[in-house]
Design a protein around this ligand. Structure first.
Ligand SMILES: Nc1nc2c(c(=O)[nH]1)N[C@H]1C(S)=C(S)[C@@H](COP(=O)(O)O)O[C@H]1N2
Ligand SMILES: [Mo]
Length: 420
């Protein structure tokens, strides 16, 4: 294919200048028309234009041709309604997760909560115990911010000794990104007037598991909020309707859904989800606890496992990067298993603790390549290789797996997950 453009790779394996597609119009695969074919195409009336279309609807749904873009649901047998619905990251673009595809993680099912009945209690080490109903909460000043929520157990198949062969969403899809709107927690805590000894809060949900976790008050006062809206509409039942706690950048479990109670204390409550779960055995034999921050991670979403390359030539690699510590500073992509790297283009705006979409042009000539991405955040933290992560943390961790992911493209265009 002679495109008459400078396709000199900037790194091995065919990676091209990240701005190439922005700067130049390149030929991909569209058919160039003959004069006859052009005349026919010009005068052709599409079938869809021959009759009036469907009537209006009260609430829209995706196209019937997109029914494969769905969550993967897995039920755990330890409790009713315990399980995960995974976001199909491999089928999505941009950086917002549609509400119907936000991942779900429930310990005991989705409760049916009547917003007229629901109340939020703030008590414990405060001068004034307060109780709010929805109508009252909706009168408080609100803020909106985009941020990801990621389960601390996301990507944990990476700890297995053999690389899991499954679609990206079923491996890394316990992370999603929305615009959340709600009331800063600081406002409510200030109104309750914290006592001097107050150091932690224990947040509890109104679901059957009465799930509770402890959160240091300095984080709560800094940037946490009680979300009532998700991407503009009221929060979906499975994501916490009518209200949930948002703790930007910290592991999913502290983002308590169906929030009913904030108990202010001077120490953590040592709940199940901060002792038996969401702690990690280290090679030293001691365990890590309260590892709240989700460290930088990135994945190439396209191409990824389950996709197949059917032609040689130009591709646009696309992926997601995020960091619980702040903004993504850079994403590098390698097509030779990590020997050489090229800078990817970051989609703006780049927001703190939020999905950042990256893209880079790539020319595939049919050789075997290993594609990887590596995120670097504004604190200078670099996403580790799998070998480095395992050396540091052992393999009994289960949580907080954020190593570089490798996709091997075979000469026939098939994609597998490898440890490189
Ligand atoms: N009340 C309650 N809050 C909860 C949970 C739960 O089961 N009950 N699951 C937690 C876990 S482990 C995660 S990862 C996130 C998932 O949020 P999502 O289902 O909106 O994606 O919610 C957290 N909040
Ligand atoms: Mo989680």
């Amino acid at each position: 294919m002679n495109l008459g453009h400078d396709l000199t790779p900037v790194a091995a394996g065919g990676l091209l200048d990240r701005r190439l597609f922005l700067k130049q119009g390149l030929a991909f695969s569209a058919v160039v028309l003959s004069a006859d074919a052009l005349a026919t195409a010009e005068h052709m009336r599409p079938e869809s234009s021959k009759t009036a279309g469907e009537a209006f609807s009260n609430y829209g749904l995706p196209s019937k041709y997109e029914r494969e873009t769905i969550r993967w649901t897995v039920a755990n047998s330890n409790a009713d309604g315990n399980g995960v619905a995974w976001t199909p990251l491999q089928d999505l673009e941009g950086s917002i997760t549609p509400n119907g595809l936000h991942f779900e993680r429930h310990h005991n099912g989705v409760p049916d909560i009547d917003p007229q009945q629901h109340q939020l209690l703030i008590h414990g080490l405060v001068n004034k115990a307060l109780i709010f109903n929805l109508e009252q909460l909706l009168q408080y000043p609100m803020l909106s911010r985009m941020c990801f929520i990621e389960c601390g157990g996301n990507s944990n198949a990476g700890w297995r000794t053999e690389p899991i062969q499954t679609k990206l969403g079923y491996f890394h899809g316990m992370v999603s990104c929305s615009e959340w709107t709600g009331v800063p927690l600081r406002l409510l805590l200030n109104e309750a007037k914290l006592k001097g000894r107050a150091k932690w809060l224990v947040a509890e949900g109104a679901d059957a598991s009465l799930m509770n976790v402890s959160l240091p008050l300095d984080k709560a006062l800094k940037d946490c909020f009680i979300a009532l809206y998700q991407n503009g509409e009221r929060i979906r039942p499975e994501n916490g309707y009518p209200l949930r706690l948002i703790v930007p950048g910290w592991e999913g479990v502290v983002n308590v859904k169906w929030l009913r109670r904030l108990h202010i204390t001077n120490r953590p409550v040592m709940a199940r989800n901060e002792t038996s779960k969401y702690t990690e055995l280290m090679p030293s034999g001691t365990a890590r606890q309260f590892t709240f921050v989700m460290e930088a991670k990135s994945v190439i979403t396209k191409p990824s496992f389950g996709h197949k390359l059917t032609r040689h030539g130009l591709y646009q690699i696309s992926g997601l990067a995020w960091s619980g510590r702040g903004k993504i500073k850079a994403v590098e992509v390698s097509a030779d298993g990590g020997k050489t790297w090229a800078l990817a283009e970051l989609q703006t705006p780049v927001l703190s603790q939020c999905f950042t979409r990256f893209r880079i042009p790539w020319q595939w000539q049919g050789e075997t390549v290993i594609l990887q991405s590596r995120a670097i955040d504004e604190t200078g933290y670099v996403q580790p290789t799998r070998a480095a992560l395992v050396a540091q943390r052992g393999t009994h961790g289960y949580f907080h797996y954020n190593a570089i992911v490798s996709w091997k493209i075979a000469t026939n265009g098939e994609i597998s997950h490898v440890y490189a």
